[in-house]
Write a protein that binds this ligand. Structure first.
Ligand code: PMP
Length: 359
């Protein structure tokens, strides 16, 4: 810590992303990337954009990208906001919609076990928050969120549990928060792998902001493209925060590649069906081997073995060249989050699991 850091910087507790190893070749099942390549149309679009026009600033309104997202989701371009990964979209949304304040009614609600970036954004903006524990089966109980608050945020499916909620739970919560004048941020990072999206209901709920990413279902974690879909007033609020920070958060390559990805659903439906088929196959085998798994609607599984400590299991897999994610946190310290890789990678993972547990 430097004497030159201000007190705000000294107090930050930044999010720590999963390891991106440089030195050694690992089977990388730790950051929920897609194991299959992006659509060939994306590569063509990025290559085409990598030319003389890089001299020029990109379109600050992200018009072509927003039109592609609007066409893909059946909404208006004014209902789409684009950002540098959904992390940036989430950070702007916290800043745009959640109040700083001292009363309990200003507390933003999210689960105890969820995406660990949420408390980091709240702290960055000075937004008070309250943690709502998942139930004993690691499910979000939406009734617990129907209390006076400053708003709510969680992913569907949740991460790292992978558990999805039906819209029959999500939409009444949106309505409750709407009646209380609060925003509900629904992070749909993993929805393409098995949850129903709430996007078709954004016109019914002007307080519902759905957040999306091309990092997982579109195999583009390296391009950094995320977006939000919601009421046009919410989108204008996000633009206002962005334009007080950086007018050009998406570069020309990301805008072109992102638009191409959103226009090639057929390709992505194909690879994501492969991911979910592998998830089901691997889950079945792991259960036969005595592992306990939560039912996953995402591109990862959350699992533990009754006889193996989570940290030790993580280390044993790492020694065998397999990277997964372990969270040293109450209630989940014995679990591992394992991204679904190719069938070959998952076979290597299963062999390592057999070896480590001796079954
Ligand atoms: N939301 C959730 C629940 C995530 O797990 C992630 C990935 N770490 C993100 C958002 C952010 O994804 P990205 O910034 O790559 O779009």
């Amino acid at each position: 810590m430097s004497v030159y850091w201000n007190s705000r910087t000294k107090n930050l507790k930044p999010y720590i992303p999963g390891e991106q190893p440089g030195d050694r070749r690992f089977i990388k099942l730790n950051t929920n990337e897609n194991p299959y390549p992006p659509s060939p149309e994306v590569i063509k679009a990025v290559q085409k954009a990598a030319g003389d026009r890089l001299r020029l600033y990109p379109d600050p309104a992200c018009t072509e990208f927003r039109e592609a997202a609007a066409a893909r989701y059946g909404v208006q371009p004014e209902q789409v906001f684009a950002g540098n990964g959904s992390d940036e979209v989430l950070a702007f949304a916290f800043g745009a919609f959640f109040e700083t304040g001292l009363s309990a009614e200003a507390d933003v609600l999210f689960p105890d076990i969820t995406y660990s970036f949420y408390p980091v954004y709240a702290a960055l903006w000075g937004i008070p928050f309250r943690i709502i524990p998942l139930d004993d089966n690691f499910s979000i109980r939406t009734a617990d969120y129907k209390i006076p608050s400053g708003g709510a945020v969680f992913p569907n499916p949740n991460a790292p549990t992978g558990k999805a909620l039906p819209l029959a739970d999500i939409l009444p919560l949106a309505e409750y928060l709407e009646k209380n004048g609060r925003v509900f941020i629904l992070d749909e990072a993993y929805a393409a792998f098995g949850a129903d999206s709430a996007v078709p209901y954004i016109n019914d709920h002007p307080n519902l902001l759905t957040v999306h990413t091309l990092s997982k279902s579109a195999s583009l974690a390296g391009l950094r493209v995320g977006f939000a879909i919601g009421n046009a007033e919410l989108i204008r609020g996000l633009c206002s925060v962005r334009d007080s920070f950086n007018s050009y958060t998406l570069d020309r390559l990301a805008l072109a590649g992102g638009a191409a990805a959103l226009s090639d659903s057929a390709y992505y439906d194909g690879i994501n069906r492969r991911v979910t088929a592998s998830r089901e196959r691997v889950s079945g085998t792991l259960r036969e081997l005595g592992f306990e798994l939560l039912p996953s609607a995402a591109n990862f599984i959350f699992m533990k073995h009754p006889a193996v400590n989570g940290a030790a299991f993580f280390g044993a897999l790492r020694e065998r060249g397999i990277l997964v994610r372990h969270f040293n946190k109450d209630r989940i310290a014995d679990y591992l989050r394992v991204t679904i890789g190719t069938d070959g990678e998952m076979d290597a993972f299963l062999s390592a699991c057999r070896e480590i547990t001796g079954v």
